[in-house]
Ligand binder design. Structure first.
Ligand code: PMP
Length: 297
């Protein structure tokens, strides 16, 4: 479960028990999906819990709010401070933090003037576990970037993710891989995608995907490890011949992928570039700083 009788959340300026929190039934987010959120992780370190790339997450949160015309009267610094308070009040170290900015009462199709901020957290292990996942190319495409702000972490986008994951599981797979409107590989329902071929990593360029903070961290780590990453468009057929592949995401971290549409990749996970990156990622998230090139690391 996500909370118990003691769990504290931050709702509209007050610390209250999750079990006692209430919300209205006429929220535009509930009816039409116009809300924005983040998925952030805190890791236990020698200096207590550290929120990994908190600034980047809250900058994306405020960007999402702005493009969806949802007022957010908090700054990045205030949101980071509140997030540490949230961890402290609940005694969490390894935790998943979920900020949600949701709309007030509004049944017409324009943004409500009033929004609500919820910050909650729960202790959480890996999203996909360490299991090597078997992917299915989804029959659902990612939303067309001309129909939405694809770089915003918008509540409504996740109906697409839920349909894709449900379809994959119903077909006996673990997870989905979604294409863009041109048939190129875009991303997973909640993670970005990379594959390895002949010692080089490939991922699609920005444009049809969420600009993942973990994806960016992979670019930083690859530079340090002298691994080449090429951003280009590719199809499922290109992936079938891959040596290895992985998902990246705050929840998924760097998650091994075994196969796409039943075609297994050439190398065992532990011999892939993804594995080397995942080992470094585990060190980085538990380091004293969340940025690779800062001297403290
Ligand atoms: N794509 C989608 C659709 C996601 O939901 C996520 C998770 N936020 C990602 C990619 C990965 O983003 P990040 O690395 O910032 O968690």
């Amino acid at each position: 479960m996500y909370y118990d009788q003691e769990t504290q959340v931050y709702l509209d300026g007050a610390w209250i028990k999750a079990s006692e929190a209430q919300t209205g039934l006429y929220s535009q987010t509930l009816h039409y999906g116009n809300g924005v959120f983040e998925g952030i992780r805190a890791y236990q370190t020698d200096d207590g819990p550290q929120i990994f790339k908190a600034k980047e997450h809250y900058e994306r949160f405020l960007y999402s709010a702005e493009v969806m015309h949802i007022p957010c009267p908090y700054s990045v610094d205030e949101l980071i401070k509140l997030s540490y308070e949230l961890l402290d009040k609940n005694g969490f170290e390894d935790a998943y933090i979920r900020p949600l900015l949701y709309q007030g009462e509004m049944m017409t199709l324009q943004p409500a003037e009033k929004s609500h901020l919820l910050l909650c957290a729960w202790e959480w292990g890996k999203y996909l576990g360490t299991k090597e996942v078997r992917l299915m190319t989804s029959s659902y495409q990612r939303p067309n970037p001309k129909s939405t702000h694809i770089q915003a972490k918008l509540v409504g986008h996740y109906t697409n993710s839920i349909m894709a994951t449900t379809e994959a599981k119903a077909n006996g797979y673990d997870e989905a891989l979604l294409l863009d409107q041109y048939g190129y590989v875009a991303e997973g329902p909640g993670a970005n995608f990379f594959y390895e071929k002949n010692g080089v990593l490939y991922t699609c360029p920005l444009g049809n995907i969420l600009s993942g903070i973990t994806r960016q961290t992979v670019f930083e780590m690859a530079e340090e490890l002298e691994i080449v990453i090429l951003e280009k468009h590719f199809t499922p057929s290109d992936v079938y011949k891959a040596d290895g592949a992985f998902f990246t995401g705050t929840a998924a971290e760097i998650a091994p992928i075994k196969s796409l549409d039943g075609k297994e990749f050439n190398k065992p996970w532990k011999e892939t570039l993804g594995y080397r990156l995942s080992e470094l990622y585990q060190k980085l998230v538990r380091a004293h700083t969340t940025h690779f090139f800062e001297p403290a690391y």
